[in-house]
Design a protein around this ligand. Sequence first.
Ligand SMILES: *[C@@H]1O[C@H](CO)[C@@H](O)[C@H](O)[C@H]1NC(C)=O
Ligand SMILES: *[C@@H]1O[C@H](CO)[C@@H](O)[C@H](O)[C@H]1NC(C)=O
Ligand SMILES: *[C@@H]1O[C@H](CO)[C@@H](O)[C@H](O)[C@H]1NC(C)=O
Ligand SMILES: *[C@@H]1O[C@H](CO)[C@@H](O)[C@H](O)[C@H]1NC(C)=O
Ligand SMILES: *[C@@H]1O[C@H](CO)[C@@H](O)[C@H](O)[C@H]1NC(C)=O
Ligand SMILES: *[C@@H]1O[C@H](CO)[C@@H](O)[C@H](O)[C@H]1NC(C)=O
Length: 267
Amino acid sequence: MGIRGQLLAVALLILSAAADPNDEMCLTQLSESLEDPFKNLQNWTRTTFANPCQGFTSFLQGATCNNGRIYKLSLSNLSLKGSISPFLSNCTNLQALDLSSNQITGSIPPDLQYLVNLAVLNLSANHLSGPIPQQLALCAYLNVIDLHDNQLSGPIPQQLGLLVRLSVFDVSNNRLAGAIPASLGNRTGNLPRFNASSYAGNKGLYGYPLAPMKSKGLSVLAIVGIGLGSGFVSLVLSFTAVCIWLRFSEQKSADDEGKISQFMPDY
Ligand SMILES: *[C@@H]1O[C@H](CO)[C@@H](O)[C@H](O)[C@H]1NC(C)=O
Ligand SMILES: *[C@@H]1O[C@H](CO)[C@@H](O)[C@H](O)[C@H]1NC(C)=O
Ligand SMILES: *[C@@H]1O[C@H](CO)[C@@H](O)[C@H](O)[C@H]1NC(C)=O
Ligand SMILES: *[C@@H]1O[C@H](CO)[C@@H](O)[C@H](O)[C@H]1NC(C)=O
Ligand SMILES: *[C@@H]1O[C@H](CO)[C@@H](O)[C@H](O)[C@H]1NC(C)=O
Ligand SMILES: *[C@@H]1O[C@H](CO)[C@@H](O)[C@H](O)[C@H]1NC(C)=O
């Protein structure tokens, strides 16, 4: 085998190495979990999944390649439905995931924690429900989490405050509830701070930078009201009783001692 043969062998090796089995699994599963009713995803076919990248060139619409691996997926505003496959986590070189402005349903898979290079997560303007997985805190490079305009519920995980690089955090217009973790509300040490617009449009969220906890409905209010009210009433009643008793006993003692009672102060 001459030098040409060796070069060819090396070239073949590089080409075959480019077809990463993890990326193939990731893309195959993702295209199965998503629905693409308008056939907007060009080249999203099994043959392309087996070889989506050649070096820095991508053959998949919305995908960006880096050294033969998928490193960005930008599938915004393509009328996609369906759900996010947990096998998306097999795209282990992924740095940016943008599925925003579609009609994707289901929950955010906790498996996204295995995307250890993920820096940008934009799932905004979909129909995602369920909790924000606390495991996202394990994606240590995250600097953008944009989940606004979904139907996410439950609390904002405290753990997200550990993401020291986080510079954009938007969970507005969801159904989140509970206290905003202090680490996300306030700047403490290195941790960034996000203003009220990041949290707006969630009826159940409270705490700085939003308003403090609202009363939890009528029942608590009523109990407190009844407690305070009855306390006040018994206070008034006993005060009145003491006054009447004092007046009566003074009257009595004045009568007893034959003194005139009109110099006594009125109660
Ligand atoms: C689809 O793949 C072909 C080659 O396989 C490529 O020439 C074309 O640019 C790809 N289309 C997109 C949108 O990436
Ligand atoms: C979304 O896609 C529709 C149809 O392709 C287009 O008309 C609209 O301008 C897009 N919106 C954004 C924000 O890109
Ligand atoms: C692919 O992702 C799934 C779901 O997270 C996981 O169970 C599986 O171990 C991953 N496969 C590889 C090869 O990492
Ligand atoms: C996320 O995507 C939406 C819609 O495509 C866009 O308006 C928004 O700016 C993105 N968020 C970030 C932080 O870039
Ligand atoms: C956050 O800071 C504000 C003003 O800077 C302060 O009033 C509030 O008590 C702080 N909250 C927490 C949880 O540290
Ligand atoms: C919140 O912060 C963003 C950027 O950090 C800024 O554009 C926006 O005006 C701020 N909103 C308020 C109400 O301060």
